[in-house]
Design a binder for this molecule. Structure first.
Ligand SMILES: [Zn+2]
Length: 188
C-alpha cells in the first residue's frame, strides 16, 4: 500500500487518487492515515470505540469552504490512525455503520432540502429505473423510500467526489437508492 504524505491518504497507485500527488512512498507502520471523515458527533463516538480497542487516533476538524459559503454549519472531523491499526480500525468503522440505519435515516431526512439530482437526464434515468408515473415527484418517492428503508449503509468513499462523500445505500423492498453523503445528490 502507498501513502500520500500530502493528504495522508492510503492509495493503491503511485499517484494519490485524492490530491494528485505523485511518487508516493510505501506506507509504514507509524504513518497516520486518513481513516474516515465524519460529522463531529460521529467522530467522538468513533474515537471512544477506538480507545476501547487501544487504537491511537487523531481527530482533526475539517471545515468545508463551500458549506461555509452556503451558511451551513457542518464542521467535519477527519480521523487518522497509524497504518499498523488501519485494517482493524476500518472493521470498527464498518461495524458501527452497520448499526446505524436509524442515524442515517435521521440525517438524510434532516438534509432533505439538499437532496437533488445531478441534472435532468439523471432524474429521467431515476424515473425510469423506479418506474415512476408521469408527473410524480421523484423526491417525494425518495422520501418515502428513506422513511421505509430497512437498511441504510455506508458503501464506501466515492473516489470521483471532491467532497469525499460516501455512497449511502438506502434499501427497501422496492429497490435500492444511492445518495452521496456529502452533497446529498441522489446518485442512482
Ligand atoms: Zn494525497
Amino acid at each position: 500500500m502507498k501513502y500520500c504524505g500530502n493528504c495522508r491518504s492510503l492509495c493503491e497507485d503511485d499517484v494519490c487518487s485524492f490530491c494528485g500527488a505523485k511518487k508516493l512512498k510505501d506506507a509504514e507502520d507509524d504513518d497516520f492515515c486518513l481513516l474516515f471523515e465524519c460529522e463531529r458527533g460521529e467522530g467522538e463516538v468513533l474515537k471512544s470505540f477506538l480507545d476501547e480497542e487501544g487504537i491511537p487516533c487523531v481527530l482533526m476538524p475539517s471545515g468545508n469552504g463551500l458549506r461555509t459559503v452556503l451558511g451551513l454549519n457542518l464542521e467535519n472531523y477527519k480521523v487518522f490512525v497509524p497504518y499498523r491499526f488501519y485494517d482493524k480500525a476500518s472493521e470498527i468503522v464498518d461495524s458501527i455503520s452497520n448499526d446505524s440505519t436509524e442515524q442515517y435515516r435521521e440525517r438524510l431526512l434532516e438534509q432533505i432540502g439538499l437532496w437533488h439530482f445531478k441534472n435532468e437526464s439523471s432524474e429521467k434515468k431515476f424515473r425510469k429505473k423506479f418506474d415512476l408515473e408521469k408527473g410524480a415527484d421523484p423526491l417525494a418517492y425518495v422520501k418515502e423510500e428513506v422513511e421505509q428503508a430497512f437498511l441504510i449503509t455506508d458503501e464506501g468513499i466515492i473516489y470521483a467526489c471532491p467532497e469525499r462523500g460516501h455512497f449511502l445505500s438506502v434499501k427497501s423492498e422496492r429497490g435500492n437508492i444511492l445518495f452521496n453523503s456529502a452533497t446529498y445528490e441522489i446518485v442512482g
